[in-house]
Design a protein around this ligand. Structure first.
Ligand code: ATP
Ligand code: MG
Length: 205
């Protein structure tokens, strides 16, 4: 589509980062809503790398989380999955992810999509000024997290109201551990993958 000045329209690329352990319909609805509201050409899902520091819980392997994300997004021509964080050693920092995507897509406009809970942490990131230069930040509503108490700089972030889906990966893991169903909370292929790989069988609160 040409711009008013006749130049080519810049490609608009959404970036959805997450642990995706597992990916669920809350993630997919948020990405779909933002893609529509901001006329994005594509949304790239970027599963985080494996935390190398001892974290407070067991995180599934990067490969399992990557594959679940591929399974969940495969049918949507607007969705893709990137291995950049999975293949980088060390902890994932959003600034590294965005720098790498910027160099891979020098002409694209980047839109970083994040939920209300994760948004609250953005402003405390040390390199937040560079972050706002690299991408637009889109905050999505999420049940249990209000946008008003994030203390965000006005104008730095756009907010999108997405249909409330009270789904979290934590709840999905707990359900699997207790033998409760996760059908319709995550895509069918992801349910089958979790059972095939026996993920979350011993997840503890
Ligand atoms: P966990 O319970 O393990 O923290 P999670 O459900 O929060 O998992 P993440 O992988 O941590 O999933 O989230 C990735 C991104 O998706 C974050 O920006 C998060 O805020 C957003 N997100 C997760 N669930 C929802 C939801 N139900 N609605 C809107 N945004 C969501
Ligand atoms: Mg989370």
């Amino acid at each position: 589509t040409p711009t008013p000045d006749g130049g080519p329209r810049r490609r608009r690329l959404g970036v959805m980062g997450g642990t995706f352990d597992p990916i669920h319909h809350g993630h997919l609805v948020a990405a779909s809503e933002v893609a529509s509201a901001f006329q994005l050409d594509e949304v790239v899902f970027v599963p985080t790398g494996q935390p190398w520091q001892k974290s407070d819980r067991h995180v599934s392997s990067a490969e399992d989380r990557y594959l679940m994300t591929v399974i969940a997004t495969a049918e949507n021509p607007q969705f893709s999955v990137s291995r950049i964080d999975v293949d980088r050693d060390g902890p994932t920092y959003t600034v590294d992810t965005l720098r790498e995507l910027r160099s891979l897509h020098p002409d694209a406009e980047l839109f970083f999509i994040t939920g209300a809970d994760a948004l609250a942490q953005i402003i405390s990131w040390r390199s937040s000024e560079e972050l706002f230069d690299l991408a637009h930040f889109i905050g999505c509503t999420r049940p249990g997290h209000t946008l008003s108490d994030t203390g965000l700089p006005v104008g730095g972030v756009s907010l999108v109201e997405v249909p409330a889906l009270a789904i979290s990966s934590t709840d999905c893991r707990m359900r699997v551990a207790k033998g409760e169903p996760i059908w319709y909370l995550v895509p069918d292929g992801v349910v089958r993958y979790i059972h095939k790989r026996a993920l979350y069988a011993s997840a503890r609160p």
